[in-house]
Design a protein around this ligand. Structure first.
Ligand SMILES: O=C(O)CCC(=O)C(=O)O
Length: 216
């Protein structure tokens, strides 16, 4: 597989020229090199300082195993009142801006015309997972969802647009980027498990997933 060099932020990333196709989801293995991953984590420390990770609860009252925060105009949010986008962190402040290092991945792989409104930050400690679901709280499904993996490896499962459709899985590694667009925009997807200690990117271990979405 050939490699192409992508520049952005004055840094150089190596991106594989062709993506893997997982039920229509384009997975770009090794999209961010080690330097770009470390720089992005540094930017995310600023996001988390301004908008600390919190423990979300589903509408049925079940605690989610991931911890969450967000950057951008909106944060995706869940509590007993339902799934929705909120303009403020639960502590009351506006969400911080989406770091340029993150926006540059969106620009490279999705669009330079329209930036995402929300960068959801999911943190997976050991044992955290995310059940099979569709991303459908946005107004316009013509915009893809872009997802960046940092830290420990995670088993990513993707099905079709019906819950019963057959699924396929791939291990997402630190620096991988997945784009869910076209027919796969509404594909069911989830994280079955994380492999603890599989990456040294985060000093205390774990996995960060960034999910970028156009909301309205
Ligand atoms: O952690 C991941 O890779 C997927 C996250 C996800 O599916 C979501 O936030 O909707």
């Amino acid at each position: 597989m050939g490699l192409k060099t992508v520049s952005g932020q004055g840094k150089t990333r190596m991106a594989e020229a062709s993506a893997l196709d997982l039920n229509g989801v384009a997975v770009h293995p090794g999209y961010l090199d080690a330097g770009a991953q470390a720089a992005m984590v540094e930017d995310l420390r600023g996001v988390i300082r301004a908008a600390p990770l919190y423990a979300p609860v589903t509408p049925s009252g079940k605690p989610m195993s991931v911890r969450m925060t967000a950057a951008g105009r909106y944060g995706w949010f869940t509590d007993r009142k339902g799934y929705r986008y909120e303009e403020r962190h639960p502590a009351g402040g506006a969400w911080p801006a989406i770091p340029e290092s993150v926006l540059s991945v969106w620009r490279d792989l999705v669009s330079a015309e329209r930036m995402p409104d929300c960068c959801l930050v999911n943190f997976y400690a050991e044992g955290a997972r995310m059940g099979l679901h569709q991303d459908r709280d946005e107004a316009d499904f013509t915009w893809p969802v872009l997802s960046i993996s940092l830290g420990d490896e995670a088993l990513f499962r993707v099905g079709g647009t019906a819950r019963k459709d057959p699924t396929r899985s791939v291990w997402l590694r630190s620096g991988d980027v997945a784009v869910m667009g076209g027919a796969a925009r509404l594909a069911y997807h989830g994280i079955d498990r994380v492999r603890p200690g599989s990456s040294a990117l985060l000093p205390k271990g774990g996995r960060i997933n960034l999910t970028l979405r156009v909301v309205d």
